[in-house]
Ligand binder design. Structure first.
Ligand code: SAM
Length: 276
């Protein structure tokens, strides 16, 4: 195991539904030995980055998300971190500059990644939200930082990402790489709101109830292959009913603030389904 594999490295993005809070609970669900690692709802990647930096992923990783800009950022960090850091140096955490940068359209992958990372860091709450034309429309955050970008972290992540594949895919299109003995960690958007009835929209494409149902059959296929899965989801009677016979179930309570404009503070239950 290299030094980099022993070090605690944290994500480079702020991401809705980030699973940082789940890390202390994680190890009871992760088998000590598994083949390749798969995460088809990668988001900010907190679970993958944690497992990889602790040396718990020993083989290949297949990582994907529907968000193309997000996946581009991972690929640029992996493949050309030096050029990315040079580009990140050009940014200023200023309101007028933010709106200029937000309106720009870049062609090169490096400029697009640099813009994406800059907007994530300086926007209001780091939310990813686009309008119907696919344009990012989150306002400026106005948060002061001592250091805008932690360059060392990007270099460490670049090392960490070697031996991993990042692709922009719908989760349904990720089955072909999954083999017997592999581990699949699934953290879909929570479209039912923790024991309340509202729907959460935080992406261009809403994760519909049909998506939840096809996720259930996707997990059925993972089990048929003979792979292991861990699924996180909101604690809601509809979710409990849908996934009832899919695997073992575990309920976790946590304190949190959930939501953007209509934020709610309180204790929330989360459900974990698994066959590990
Ligand atoms: C709850 S977030 C994952 C958060 C991540 N575990 C973390 O710690 O930051 C869910 C992710 O699923 C992605 N997503 C939404 N619909 C998807 C789909 N049909 N296929 C693949 N990814 C999807 C979203 O872009 C979002 O990044």
């Amino acid at each position: 195991m290299s030094d980099i594999a022993q070090k605690k490295i944290t994500p480079f993005l702020r991401w809705a539904g980030g699973k940082q809070w789940f890390i202390p609970e994680l190890e009871r669900f992760i088998p000590s030995d598994f083949g390749d690692y798969h995460e088809p709802f990668l988001g900010g990647g907190s679970i993958f980055i944690h497992l990889k930096s602790k040396g718990l992923i020993k083989h290949k990783s297949y990582l994907s998300d529907l968000n193309e800009d997000l996946i581009n950022a991972y690929n640029v960090i992996k493949n050309d971190v030096t050029s990315l850091l040079r580009k990140l140096d050009e940014h200023k955490n200023e309101k007028e500059y933010y709106y200029e940068m937000r309106a720009k359209k870049f062609r090169s992958n490096i400029s697009r990644a640099s813009q994406f990372i800059f907007l994530n860091r300086t926007s209001y709450n780091g939310i990813y939200r686009v309008n119907l034309n696919g344009e990012y429309n989150v306002p400026y955050g106005g948060k002061a930082y001592q250091v805008l970008f932690d360059k060392e972290k990007f270099k460490e992540l670049s090392e960490l990402f070697k031996n991993s594949t990042f692709k922009s895919l719908d989760f349904n299109d990720t089955l072909s790489n999954i083999k017997k003995g592999d581990l699949v960690f699934l953290d879909p958007p929570y479209t039912v709101q923790h024991e309340l009835n509202g729907f959460v929209k935080y992406n261009q494409k809403i994760f519909s109830w049909e998506d939840q149902e096809s996720l259930k059959s996707f997990i059925g296929s993972i089990k048929e292959i003979g792979a292991k899965f861990v699924l996180t989801n909101a604690s809601h009677h509809s979710i409990e009913k849908l996934y009832k016979n899919v695997g073992q179930q575990f309920k976790i309570s946590r304190h949190s603030v959930i939501g953007g404009t209509h934020a709610q503070r309180g204790k929330f239950n989360e459900l974990i389904f698994y066959n590990t």
